[in-house]
Design a protein around this ligand. Structure first.
Ligand code: PGA
Length: 259
């Protein structure tokens, strides 16, 4: 049984450390000691130390939004996995579409980052997903299969079970357009089949695959109820504590029913 996992991707928000601390505090209080669903927040890097202090004693994890593939050295502006661990990170988002498409990150860069994250003992959340054009051209499965192959190259089955995947159709991110639960489920099932081909069925069944793209309180339940959707990577709606906590409550209700 896979535990549902909700992560808030704060992106380049909020714009003050006080507002970030307030949001993290509200999430901490709202989650309490609940462990029936996994929860993490991914604040901008400049706030990580402070948010780590806010989250002390809480089961809420903390992720960075990016990292470099080298462990140290002359890489201006970059952060290493060991630095992220040192400030209290448990997770790191890799290959978000805003980095793939906006900043030219390739599958091979993401693959090197993934190896570095595992070396540092961070739990990577690897994002994959097709653009609107690729979907319209009926290339979704090819694109997703290529991203899986490129970003996960060289991983052992055991390492794979420690990696979280996030299927985020690029056309659904921040647009208010969500994939229908059936569209999302179809791609999630495809991803699991690819994992089964590359590794084995038992490994594929253990990997948590989140959905991302305009997830909000009103649509999360119908997504999470689908058999291969194991959680959500939430952008905009994770910036309002009430909305994020409402989504966590939905996930907890489902976890209880499923369990
Ligand atoms: P969104 O972002 O929920 O604002 O669409 C999701 C993401 O980019 O991870």
């Amino acid at each position: 049984m896979r535990t549902l996992f909700l992560a808030g991707n704060w992106k380049m928000n909020p714009n003050s450390h006080a507002a970030a601390a307030e949001l993290a505090q509200a999430v901490k209080v709202g989650v309490g000691q609940a462990s029936d669903v996994r929860v993490a927040v991914c604040p901008p890097a400049v706030y990580l130390s402070q948010i780590d202090a806010v989250l002390e004693g809480s089961p809420v994890g903390m992720g960075a939004q990016n990292m470099h593939w080298e462990d140290e050295g002359a890489f201006t502006g970059e952060l290493s996995g060991s630095m992220l661990i040192d400030v209290g990170c448990t997770h790191v988002i890799l290959g978000h579409s805003e980095r793939r498409h906006g900043l030219g990150e390739s599958d091979s860069m993401i693959n090197r980052k993934l190896a570095a994250a595992l070396r540092a003992r961070l739990i990577p959340i690897v994002c994959i997903g097709e653009t609107r054009e690729e979907r319209e051209e009926d290339r979704t499965e090819d694109v997703v299969a290529g991203q899986l192959q490129g970003s996960l190259a060289g991983l052992s089955a055991e390492q794979m079970t420690g990696v979280v995947l996030a299927y985020e159709p690029v056309w659904a991110i921040g647009t208010g357009l969500t994939a229908t639960p059936q569209q999302a489920q179809d791609v999630h099932a495809f991803i699991r089949d690819r994992l089964s081909d590359t590794f084995d069925r038992a490994t594929a069944n253990r990997v948590v695959v989140q959905y991302g793209g305009s997830v909000k309180p009103s649509n999360i339940a119908e997504l999470l109820v689908r058999p291969d959707i194991d959680g959500a990577l939430i952008g905009g709606a994770s910036l309002k504590a009430d909305d994020f906590l409402a989504m966590i409550r939905s996930a907890r209700d489902l976890a209880t029913k499923k369990g």
